[in-house]
Design a protein around this ligand. Structure first.
Ligand SMILES: C[S@@+](CC[C@H](N)C(=O)[O-])C[C@H]1O[C@@H](n2cnc3c(N)ncnc32)[C@H](O)[C@@H]1O
Length: 235
């Protein structure tokens, strides 16, 4: 299980590169396979489309059971909404499965924005494909109530155009409209972009499924154009 980071060569870890170099077979989502194609010469590559995670996990386990070194690649970290879970759940007892961590989108986005994750934070995916929407709403309410910095994954897509607007309304019940919000789109890839705005001014139309949204806590501020959450140091 290999985390590729958010997309840029510079955030591929040395451990990820070593593991890919050792692999006989590399399995992953087509978009991510394309990003690392230049590391895959001479290897068997099996790529498939979105929503085929379980099929990929099963196939990887079948090939590994025959004695081959298989690298299943995920964007970001494989244990954060990635493939590590299904592979470990389905792997037969005794099969060796290594998890190679990667830079998750939240960390990469935070670094571009400044230092917004200096205090307690919650990551919430707004995708209701595998999680009931009621559960997502409850978690948004709880995180907003507890003044967590909130990182939103899967904030908006063609199939869930209203989720981000609804999430914003829920958070606004507990937070001021002036709360600092950072948007990072396509971090580490071509067309990388970032923006700092506020909860009240957030234009949901600017956000898509390639965007990570970071909503600051009640103390988060903008310092020289960077988003910073103070931790209480005396400066
Ligand atoms: C399922 S989650 C990501 C899980 C992945 N395993 C990780 O650790 O980053 C998918 C969401 O992550 C965010 N994301 C992933 N890659 C990104 C990137 N390069 N730039 C900005 N956001 C990204 C987007 O919100 C996207 O909808």
């Amino acid at each position: 299980m290999v985390g590729l980071g958010p997309g840029a060569e510079r955030t591929l870890t040395a451990e990820a590169l070593e593991t890919l170099a050792r692999a006989d077979v590399v399995v992953g989502y087509t978009t991510y396979i394309k990003l690392i194609e230049h590391h895959l010469a001479g290897k068997e590559v099996i790529s498939s489309g979105m929503k085929k995670e379980v099929d990929r996990a099963m196939l990887a386990l079948e090939i590994a059971a025959k004695g081959k070194h298989v690298a299943v690649v995920s964007s970001g970290d494989p244990g954060v909404y990635g493939m590590a879970g299904p592979v470990l759940e389905a792997a037969p007892a005794g099969m060796e499965v290594d998890i190679v961590p990667g830079v998750t989108a939240a960390n990469a986005a935070a670094a571009l924005l400044g230092a917004p994750l200096m205090h307690d934070f919650a990551v919430i995916s707004l995708s209701d494909l595998l999680t009931p929407w009621e559960t997502i709403v409850r978690r948004l309410e709880a995180a907003a109530y507890a003044d967590f910095i909130i990182v939103l994954y899967n904030p908006r897509s063609r199939g869930r155009k209203d989720h981000l607007a609804t999430a914003r309304s829920i958070i606004l019940e507990k937070r001021d409209g002036s709360t600092v919000v950072g948007l990072v789109r396509n971090c580490g890839r071509a067309e990388e972009g970032s923006k700092i705005t506020t909860l009240a001014q957030l234009n949901v139309e600017e956000v898509d499924m390639f965007t990570t949204v970071i909503i600051g806590n009640s103390c988060t501020k903008v310092v020289n154009g960077r988003m910073v959450t103070p931790r209480g140091y005396a400066l």
